[in-house]
Design a protein around this ligand. Structure first.
Ligand SMILES: Cc1cc2nc3c(=O)[nH]c(=O)nc-3n(C[C@H](O)[C@H](O)[C@H](O)COP(=O)(O)O)c2cc1C
Length: 353
């Protein structure tokens, strides 16, 4: 369904070319001070039309808060945020199914009743309300010493340089509009794909600093399961690894284990191959994950498809507006999603109230 969470409960709604998209976020503690400037900054990092590397659709993505906020602080009642679609252009779409998009599966599931314009409810536009809710969560977490940062770790075959796992290094990179060390090399991959009428994917890396140990529940409530359920809800996320993830397969136990030491009477590990989670529970080391974003389905090259209205073979070349690469706009969505997961677990465990 479109509702998620235990400690928090969020419900997302809207379509890409309908009047608005939005979210209702229930369970935020009362009295949380909300910095609207920070929310607007994060909304603009995700918003379309802000650089030549994104779609030409231009949305202001200003959030109208309908409830749950009074005199700049949360009241404890559900926060409902609405984001109007002001630059919708539904005439760009017809009944030819876009290969790689959810047009095909929306047709199967909703028997032709789904609003298919620009992906409808399956559109990346639904990440705008997620970024709004995540920004609220991030502010609540920061007040409790936890910081969530994301960066672009690779575009297509080009990997960015490694980044030290320190709050200072990540705070700095998170301030950039294109959060990568070697911006030019990565941007060049996007430009090359765009010039070829094609698209390209990439990898987002994310770190949470300042997490307490002991968050998460065994088995189905594991930190990894909660984060995976949320991250795979974001359109175009197709892979996820925690810590060294798939690279662990090539290591021996002696290399993969994080050896333990005592530091000022507390246990910590010398390395962090497990990404801050063991047995589904945080261990107090930085939580580290990487998410794979696939190349944008809509491309300006001709591909074979089916016209759903005639059920005849067709050819499709997407002439409408689309992102040559989703990765830069997905970074705020991924950080928002993880912030919501951490806050959800803290509230569910009554770690905070
Ligand atoms: C921020 C963001 C922007 C997106 N922009 C586009 C786009 O312009 N064109 C497109 O075809 N898909 C875009 N997508 C991806 C599709 O929504 C997604 O691939 C589709 O819903 C199918 O879902 P799946 O890839 O998770 O299987 C975007 C996704 C995100 C997160």
């Amino acid at each position: 369904m479109n509702t998620w969470g235990q400690g928090l409960r969020l419900s997302i709604f809207g379509e890409s070319h309908g009047p608005a998209v939005g979210i209702t976020l229930d369970g935020l503690p009362p009295g949380e001070e909300i910095d609207m400037e920070e929310i607007n900054r994060e909304m603009l990092l995700r918003a379309p039309g802000r650089s030549e590397l994104t779609t030409a659709r231009r949305e202001p993505d200003q959030v109208e808060i309908l409830s749950g906020l009074y005199k700049g602080k949360t009241t404890g009642a559900p926060v409902c945020g609405l984001i109007y679609n002001v630059d919708a252009r539904p005439e760009d779409y017809d009944s030819r199914l876009r290969p790689g998009h959810a047009d095909w599966t929306a047709l199967l599931k909703y028997n032709g009743f789904a609003d298919m314009r620009g992906g409808g409810h399956f559109s990346g536009r639904l990440t705008a309300p997620l970024v709004f809710a995540g920004s609220l969560a991030k502010q609540a977490l920061l007040r409790r010493g936890a910081e969530v940062y994301g960066r672009i770790a690779g575009i297509g075959p080009v990997k960015d340089q490694a980044l030290a796992c320190t709050p200072e290094a990540w705070r700095e990179i998170a301030q950039k509009a294109f959060p990568a060390v070697d911006e030019a090399a990565l941007k060049n991959e996007i430009v090359k794909a765009k010039d070829a009428g094609d698209s390209v994917g990439g990898i987002i890396e994310l770190v949470v600093f300042g997490l307490p140990g002991g968050l998460g529940e065994p088995f189905f409530g594991s930190m990894e399961s909660i984060i995976a359920s949320m991250l795979f809800s974001i359109p175009a996320i197709k892979g996820l690894e925690f810590g060294d993830g798939f690279r662990l397969a090539a290591l021996r136990g002696s290399q993969a284990n994080d050896e333990l030491i005592l530091e000022n009477g507390a246990i910590r590990s010398l390395s962090n191959h497990n990404g801050g989670i063991l047995g589904g529970i945080t261990n107090g080391m930085p939580l580290v994950l990487r998410a794979v974003v696939k190349p944008t389905p809509s491309i300006a090259q001709e591909q074979r498809t089916v016209d759903a209205s005639t059920m005849q073979p067709a050819l499709l070349k997407t002439e409408g507006r689309h992102d040559p690469c989703i990765v830069p706009r997905a970074v705020p969505a991924v950080t928002a999603a993880v912030a919501l997961c951490v806050l959800d677990r803290m509230l569910a465990a009554k770690y905070i109230s």
